[in-house]
Design a protein around this ligand. Structure first.
Ligand code: SF4
Length: 336
């Protein structure tokens, strides 16, 4: 065992913040090395011992999709690459999805997704519809485009608890958005009093350990209450369809480092992993997402009939991964 890696693992577990160099060092060892396996073990035990071995289930409702002029090169909604013509859930479908997701009282948070060019008044109408039909202490989370402090304040008044937003890898190169405008949106949400949720995404084989470290540490700096890692899905028809993917095994190493860096900073967010895989959940991840409606990693109009998971499947998957409790949106725990 490399003594420097052991020292960094011990540093993280003693809750001493890691530097960017520390995070890069942890990401740089081979994924199959003794050191990487030690990180996975320390990360999983560190997270589970701090969260009572609890998992969290999230749901996502994609309200609408239309071909998007932003043309992010990895996205199944991008106007230049999409095979979808446009979809919009009816109010009845939104009510049914809300009741279906939250009716058993076991959902931590519900992401409500609209497009980058969403209309705030329409979004708030949909939020009201969801709020009127939600059961239990589920957090309501917006997942929309770049927004102002004022619009986030309106969301908060309407009952939104948190904002999912990302400074994505390759921002400004494979997307038309600048890193600064993405980061500013996250700061705007925080200023409006909303919790931040994010992820290091979409990770491809070309991303360096330095880039991954910067994104992991930015999320920690913001104090995100939910983060995670997502590998890039090679959506057919997009420029990334044939440019390769990282393995689930590599992703489990990255999420282990992310968990250790968060433990080191005494920030214990719920950590997701896309695509969900048991090796991610024995490396520090503890969250899974059920999805309905449209999904930017999917070419099906209704993702629940394709890539999306339903709640009972999520629950059983996490039970098989050894979790014994579920966290709810008010931070209470129930048996899994
Ligand atoms: S990632 Fe978002 S902004 Fe970019 S093309 Fe897809 S829907 Fe549009």
């Amino acid at each position: 065992m490399n003594q420097n890696i052991q020292r960094l693992i011990d540093k993280a577990l003693s809750e001493t913040p890691l530097s960017k160099d520390d995070v890069v060092t942890l990401l740089s060892v081979p994924d199959y090395s003794e050191e990487a396996f030690a990180m996975r073990s320390a990360a999983a035990h560190g997270m589970r011992s701090r969260t009572n071995n609890a998992a969290a289930i999230f749901g996502q409702i994609g309200f609408e999709m239309h071909p998007c002029s932003a043309n992010c090169q990895f996205c199944s909604f991008a106007a230049d690459y999409t095979c979808l013509s446009g979809v919009k859930l009816t109010d009845e479908e939104i009510v049914a999805a809300t009741r279906n997701f939250t009716g058993r009282g076991d959902l931590y948070g519900l992401y409500l997704m609209m497009m980058a060019d969403y209309r705030i008044d329409e979004f708030l109408e949909k939020v009201a519809l969801v709020k009127a039909n939600v059961t239990g202490p589920t957090k309501i989370i917006s997942n929309v485009g770049d927004s102002s402090v004022e619009d986030f304040r309106r969301m908060k008044e309407a009952g939104v608890d948190a904002v999912y937003h990302c400074w994505r890898l390759g921002e400004g190169e494979v997307t038309p958005f600048s890193a600064e405008e993405r980061k500013q949106t996250m700061r705007n949400a925080k200023e409006a009093g909303l919790d931040i949720m994010d992820a290091v995404e979409p990770i491809g084989p070309e991303h360096t350990n330095e880039e991954l470290a910067e994104h992991i540490l930015f999320s920690i700096e913001l104090g995100s209450i939910q983060s995670g890692c997502m590998k890039r899905t090679p959506v057919p028809g997009t420029p990334f369809a044939d440019r390769g993917t990282i393995t689930d095994f590599r992703l489990s190493h990255i999420v282990a480092v992310q968990a250790l860096a968060n433990i080191a900073a005494r920030n214990i967010p719920i950590l997701g992993i896309h695509e969900y895989t048991p090796m991610g959940y024995i490396s520090g991840a503890n969250m899974i997402t059920a999805e309905t409606g449209v999904n930017p990693r999917d070419t099906a109009e209704e993702t629940s009939q394709s890539r999306g998971l339903d709640i009972p499947t999520c629950r059983e998957f996490m039970r098989q991964c050894g979790f014994t409790k579920l966290m709810l949106g008010d931070d209470t725990l129930i048996d899994l």
